[in-house]
Design a protein around this ligand. Structure first.
Ligand SMILES: Nc1nc2c(ncn2[C@@H]2O[C@H](COP(=O)(O)OP(=O)(O)O)[C@@H](O)[C@H]2O)c(=O)[nH]1
Ligand SMILES: [Mg+2]
Length: 371
C-alpha cells in the first residue's frame, strides 16, 4: 500500500489554482469577477473557490469564500503598528500568512467538489511579488495544487514599445521566480485589441520596427540611442521568454476571450504536471517548513521586508505612517483574527481557530509584535 501513496496524490481529483497578478489598475479584480461569473454560468455550473488577498480593497466585486479582510483589519493594523497604506497592506498580508496552513486546509476540503480556485492579489503588484509573504503563499499553493499564474495586462496602456517591454520584463521576472505555468492575459481588448502584442511577441523584428518609429530612438547624430540599443537587445532575450508562455486577449468588461483563457488554464494543468510535479516532494517539504517557521517565529521573519524597505527609503517610510485624521468610524476596535470560510453554511462555526483559543483562554489571541 505504501508505494501507492505517491501515485495517489496525482490520481486524486484536484482543483487548479489561478493566481492573478498584475499592475494596479490592470483589471485583476474585474477579471476575477468575470471568470467567476463565467464559471457560474457553465452547464452544469462550476462555482470556483475564491480568495481575496487584498486587505485594502473597499469593494470586492465578487463573492469570496475566504477574504483576508475577515482575518485582518487593515485599518486597525495601520493604527496599531503606526503604518501608512503600503506598510499596512504588507503587514496585513504577513499576518494572514501566519494562518495560511489553515487556508490550505479549507481549500483541501473542497478538492472533490471544486474545479477552480481563484486568488485575487493586492492592487500594488510588488507587495505580492516581492515580499516574503507573497513568495510563501505562492509556493505553498503551488506545492499543494496544480497552479497557474494569470498575469493581467492593461493592453491599451501597454501599446507603446517601451511600456510593453517593461511590463514583459516584469512578467519575465515573476515567471523565473515562481517557475509556474504562466498565462499573459491581455485585458481591456474592448478598448484596444491585443493583436499588436501578439505580433511583437511572435516577431521581434516587428517589435524593433515599432521601436524605431518611436521618438527618442535616435540621437542628434542620427545614431540609435543607448535606450534604443538596449531595448533592441532585450527584445532578443524576451523572444526566448515568450516561448515559455501562453497569451490570450480578454475583455473583463464584455467577457470576450474568457473561453480562450480557460483553454489555456486547462492546458497549463498538463504543463504543471510535467514540469512542476517531479519537484513536488521537495516543494512540499519546503512548504511545511516555511509555514511552520512563520507560525513559530510569528511575524519577525516576515517583517524584515518592511524594515529593509524602510531603511532603503527613510523619507517614504516617514510618510507611510498611520494618520489618525483618516480613521473611519468603526465600532470594531479589535484586531480581528478569525479565518472564515464564508461558504460554510453553519455560522459562526466558520471561525477556524480563535473561538477555540478564546474558549480555552490558553492561547494568546493578540497578534504577535515584531521584536
Ligand atoms: N474597458 C475596460 N475596463 C476595464 C476592464 N477590466 C477592468 N477595467 C477597469 O479598470 C479599472 C481597474 O480595474 P480593477 O479590476 O480594480 O483593477 P486591479 O487593481 O488590477 O484589481 C476599473 O475602472 C475597471 O472598471 C476591461 O476589460 N475593459
Ligand atoms: Mg483589485
Amino acid at each position: 500500500m505504501e508505494n501507492a501513496s505517491s501515485s495517489a496524490s496525482s490520481s486524486k481529483k484536484q482543483p487548479i489554482v489561478i493566481i492573478t497578478i498584475g499592475m494596479a489598475g490592470a483589471g485583476k479584480s474585474t477579471f476575477v469577477q468575470r471568470i467567476n461569473s463565467y464559471l457560474h454560468a457553465q452547464d452544469p455550473p462550476k462555482p470556483p473557490y475564491v480568495l481575496n488577498l487584498d486587505p485594502a480593497v473597499t469593494h470586492v466585486p465578487f463573492e469570496t469564500n475566504i477574504d483576508i479582510r475577515d482575518t485582518v483589519n487593515y485599518q486597525e493594523v495601520m493604527k496599531q503598528y503606526n503604518l501608512g497604506p503600503n506598510g499596512g497592506i504588507l503587514t496585513a498580508l504577513n499576518l494572514f500568512t501566519t494562518k495560511f496552513d489553515q487556508v490550505l486546509g479549507l481549500v483541501e476540503k473542497r478538492s472533490e467538489t471544486v474545479d477552480y480556485v481563484i486568488l485575487d492579489t493586492p492592487g500594488q503588484i510588488e507587495i505580492f511579488t516581492w515580499s516574503a509573504s507573497g513568495a510563501i503563499i505562492t509556493d505553498a499553493v503551488a506545492s499543494s495544487f496544480p497552479t497557474v499564474i494569470a498575469y493581467v495586462i492593461d493592453t491599451p496602456r501597454s501599446s507603446s514599445p517601451a511600456t510593453f517591454m517593461s511590463n514583459m520584463l516584469y512578467a519575465c521576472s515573476i515567471l523565473y521566480k515562481t517557475k509556474l505555468p504562466f498565462i499573459l492575459v491581455f485585458n481591456k481588448t474592448d478598448v484596444q485589441p491585443h493583436n499588436f502584442a501578439l505580433e511583437w511577441m511572435q516577431d521581434f523584428e516587428a517589435f524593433q520596427a515599432a521601436l524605431a518609429t518611436h521618438s527618442g530612438t535616435r540621437d542628434s547624430e542620427g545614431e540609435p540611442t543607448y535606450m534604443n540599443s538596449l531595448m533592441n537587445s532585450m527584445s532578443l532575450v524576451l523572444d526566448e521568454f515568450y516561448k515559455h508562455l501562453k497569451a490570450v486577449g480578454v475583455s473583463s468588461m464584455t467577457g470576450d476571450g474568457i473561453r480562450d483563457f480557460f483553454a489555456a488554464v486547462d492546458a497549463s494543468r498538463e504543463e504543471y504536471e510535467k514540469d512542476y510535479l517531479p519537484e513536488l516532494e521537495r516543494a512540499r517539504a519546503a512548504r511545511d517548513q516555511s509555514l511552520q517557521a512563520v507560525k513559530d517565529d510569528s511575524l519577525n521573519r516576515l517583517m524584515k521586508d518592511l524594515e529593509v524597505d524602510r531603511a532603503k527609503n527613510p523619507d517614504a517610510a516617514k510618510l507611510d505612517r498611520w494618520d489618525p485624521a483618516e480613521e473611519e468610524e468603526d465600532d470594531d476596535d479589535d484586531l480581528d483574527v478569525n479565518l472564515i470560510d464564508r461558504s460554510d453554511d453553519a455560522w459562526p462555526g466558520n471561525y477556524v481557530d480563535i473561538t477555540r483559543a478564546r474558549r480555552n483562554g490558553e492561547e494568546d489571541i493578540n497578534w504577535p509584535r515584531p521584536a
